[in-house]
Design a protein around this ligand. Structure first.
Ligand code: BYC
Ligand code: FE
Ligand code: FE
Length: 483
């Protein structure tokens, strides 16, 4: 089979999968496309259909130089089907088929499991766009607005990636699932999105940055695990999606970092050294560090829930089938079958937190979550460096894994961010110490105003250190049609 590196533009849908000679799938995608555009117009960025946005579009799947930048109206963005190049001689990296050639077609016995994972992955992508629908109206700069829209069009492309797999490999029920992906809606009562965190609101820009830092990072970990799939088309899709994911987490990390930076600067300018002097700090028009910690607590814990239960037969089955691997499976030095191995898992029983050894095969979710927590800790360290350099005494922390959980062993357990088990009554009474309250939300909302002069930034956030694509500070990242 030939390798497709460059993207072909000979059909309406850019691709490197030879779509022009695959009439059946091309027709299915062309049939799905208008519904996608309707969804984008009705559920995507609200009020920005006519504006020119400086976006990158993939023109190659070569890790060097795959992107081209230019002004595009979002509904005209060229969403494409892009797979990372096929690896010659790739084998199934885990489970009972370990070492057998990777599947190029759906293995019949795992069809339902595979379809379910692809549908769940696909469901999160449009969900995040829906959650972020109204943020353009309060963008703190054109630079940030552009980054939001870049993330949005790429999540749209991730939906295309999963829809392609469904339509190409799953026939009629794949096409039905592809249609359903446009019917569910984030936060809907009748037809909600499938996973908890994707039905929550992203009400303001600090939430957006926390979401892209913490929840897109769940995306990264899940994509890493699916990139290890023995079903090669899924592996190749996810490998390419990961190259885009890096930018989403960059937006999150730098967004939170710039928010912290501005708060620290404002405190220093005003001679306030106590980070808990919240009223005086808020009067400066910046977000106090304790409130930033609360937002962190919320988005981190919602994201932990996305890993499923610590002990899971679903996860064991997927691993054993060779459908979903572990993070960096190929770098792990073990038998890749986990026949006798154990892994420490947390358990909340009789009001106590205990760590037990469980069969490693059933602890796949817990292990991926642990990898996630390590990965997420890096940025928190860098945020703390910003605070320390400003000479302010405050440290952001990832809360305990048992705090504010809705899935798994800790679901509903009254545990503090420090990991202390308390009574349910005390937890409820102290909730607002740890998670954003209505008043916190109202305050943050009061700072959210759209800034649309090139090179200018809202008062609560510092400018970025560098532009996108090497552009100067006053670059007009979005040309607003009503400007
Ligand atoms: N909410 O055995 P269990 C991204 C369900 S993010 C609601 O504990 P399993 C992105 C579960 O479905 C990455 N339900 O867990 C980020 C099951 O229900 P059924 C998305 C939940 O199955 C930002 C039952 O509980 N990709 O890409 O091992 C922007 C028992 O499940 C939740 C993936 O997630 C929850 N949080 O693991 C844009 C990868 N958790 O089937 C995009 C594909 C569990 O018994 N998905 N349940 O009715 C998976 O690998 C797995 O489905 C999960 C759950 C890891 C999500
Ligand atoms: Fe995505
Ligand atoms: Fe993402």
């Amino acid at each position: 089979m030939s390798q497709y590196i460059d993207v072909s533009y000979d059909t309406k849908i850019p691709n490197n999968v030879g779509l022009s000679s695959d009439r059946r799938v091309l027709k299915a995608l062309e049939k799905w496309h208008p519904g996608y555009l309707d969804w984008w117009k009705g559920s995507g960025p609200d009020g920005f259909l006519e504006d020119l946005v400086y976006l990158r579009t993939a023109v190659s799947v070569d890790p060097k130089g795959w992107a081209k930048f230019g002004y595009v109206k979002m509904p005209e963005y060229r969403w494409g089907i892009l797979l990372a190049p096929q690896v010659e001689g790739r084998v199934i990296p885990c489970g009972e088929h370990y070492g057998e050639p990777a599947w190029q077609e759906v293995p019949g016995e795992y069809r339902a499991m595979l379809r379910r994972l692809i549908v769940i992955q696909g469901d999160t992508e449009p969900a995040s766009v829906e959650q972020q629908r109204f943020l353009g109206k309060t963008a703190p700069s054109l630079y940030d607005m552009r980054n939001l829209f870049q993330v949005n069009v790429e999540e749209g492309r991730h939906l295309w990636a999963m829809v392609y797999l469904l339509q190409k490999y799953f026939g009629r029920d794949g096409r039905e699932e592809a249609d359903e992906l446009l019917r569910r809606q984030s936060g809907s009562v009748d037809k909600p999105r499938m996973l908890g965190a994707f039905n929550e609101e992203t009400p303001d820009w600090l939430s957006f940055f926390m979401f892209t830092y913490f929840t897109d990072r769940d995306g990264k970990m899940q994509l890493e695990a699916l990139a290890q799939s023995g079903f090669d088309p899924l592996s190749r899709s996810c490998r390419f999606m990961l190259t885009e994911e890096a930018h989403h987490m960059f937006v999150g990390e730098t967004g939170v970092g710039r928010t912290i930076q501005r708060t620290c600067e404002a405190m220093n300018e005003a001679g306030i050294s106590d980070p808990t002097d919240i009223d005086r700090i808020r009067a400066l028009g910046v977000i106090d560090l304790p409130t930033i910690q609360k937002k962190l607590n919320l988005h981190y814990t919602l994201s932990l829930d996305l890993f499923g239960s610590e002990v899971s037969t679903n996860a064991a089955n997927a691993f054993n089938a060779g459908i979903k691997g572990r993070y960096q499976e190929h770098k792990i030095d073990d038998d890749h079958r986990l026949l006798d191995a154990t892994y420490p898992v947390s358990e909340f029983t009789d009001g106590k937190i205990v760590i037990k050894d469980a069969p490693a095969l059933t602890a796949i979710n817990m292990r991926l979550r642990d990898d996630y927590t390590r990965d997420a800790a890096g940025g928190v360290k860098r945020w703390n460096t910003i605070i320390r350099k400003a000479g302010i005494e405050f440290e952001l922390k990832l809360p305990h894994e048992g705090f504010h959980r809705q899935i798994g062993t800790y679901a509903g357990a009254p545990i503090t961010p420090e990991g202390e088990v308390i009574s349910a009554g005390e937890w409820a009474a102290r909730r607002d110490e740890w998670l954003p309250s209505k008043a916190d939300g109202d305050f943050i909302a009061s700072l959210m105003v759209q800034v649309r002069e090139p090179g200018e930034y809202a008062g609560w956030i510092a400018p970025p250190r560098m532009g996108i694509d090497g552009k100067p500070g006053d670059f007009e990242y979005v040309k607003l049609h009503d400007a």
